[in-house]
Design a binder for this molecule. Structure first.
Ligand code: GLP
Length: 247
């Protein structure tokens, strides 16, 4: 895995936004895999700016998000559909019919998971997948243990994830306990992956994921198997990696 360490969060975010923009410019029908979370908010803000000031054109793009909370409809303000609408989709010229997230309110979760995998395959697979990382070591919502071959499915959220995302919901009791997520295997099939991590709270888990042993207990470590994965970090998120390199 290639690792790029930027001086600060802004520079890390800018680099990732530029890579996404280049993908869209070189292939207007790009199939983008998108992620949510606080880290991605500034990436989307930059893409919106590029759309407004440089004419970055999303009109033919297709997108697939990694995950959604089970039990939340897209109209719920805590849903990832709402997040994406707010931060990106409604701010650029993407055709909403080409934007996909798993339906957290689907009546039949098993067929929803199968449908999601089918839609990705019918789009020709994901060209560029954006990833963040959770404190539990998750990518998407692949909580430990998530084997490298796992597919889109419903998972129980880890305690660390509930702690990490409780502030957004304003109370642990309001947080959904399950999510529907692309599997680690689904993610590994994306042609190119970019993992973005910023801030010192990510430093320990980043060192484990990037330099530790491959283990389903740190699902992000499976990215070491990917032939084209770039990790973009700021200095703070890279702190423990640098410690390792000194030893
Ligand atoms: C959620 C998402 C993940 C994301 C993670 C990181 O749990 N399901 O895909 O990587 O948040 O969140 P943040 O960027 O807020 O640290």
């Amino acid at each position: 895995m290639e690792v790029v360490i930027q001086a600060n969060t802004d520079a890390a975010t800018e680099l990732v936004a530029r890579i996404v923009a280049r993908e869209v410019q070189t292939n207007p029908r790009a199939v983008l895999g998108l992620a949510t979370g606080r880290t991605m908010e500034t990436v989307y803000a930059r893409l919106v700016q590029m759309h407004r000031s440089e004419g970055l054109d999303f009109s033919a793009c297709r997108t697939f998000n990694l995950d959604e909370y089970v039990g939340l409809a897209g109209t719920d303000r805590h849903s990832y559909r709402h997040y994406m609408d707010q931060h990106l989709f409604r701010q650029v010229n993407i055709d909403l019919r080409n934007t996909h997230l798993p339906d957290g309110a689907a009546a039949d979760m098993r067929s929803e998971c199968e449908k999601y995998e089918r839609l990705i395959a019918e789009a020709g697979g994901i060209g560029l997948q954006l990833l963040g990382i959770g404190h539990s070591g998750h990518i998407g919502f692949n909580e430990p243990p998530s084997p490298p071959g796992s597919r889109t499915r419903v998972v129980a959220l880890a305690a660390a994830t509930i702690r990490q995302n409780t502030p957004i919901f304003g109370g642990a009791e309001k947080m959904p306990r399950r999510a529907i997520t692309m599997g680690v295997g689904t993610i590994l099939e994306c042609r190119r992956c970019i993992l973005l991590a910023t801030g010192d709270d990510k430093a320990e888990i980043i060192a484990k994921a990037l330099k530790g042993p491959l283990t389903s207990m740190i699902p992000a470590s499976a990215l070491q198997l990917h032939p084209d994965c770039l990790a973009v970090l700021d200095e703070a998120a890279a702190a423990c990696l640098k410690e390792l390199q000194k030893v």
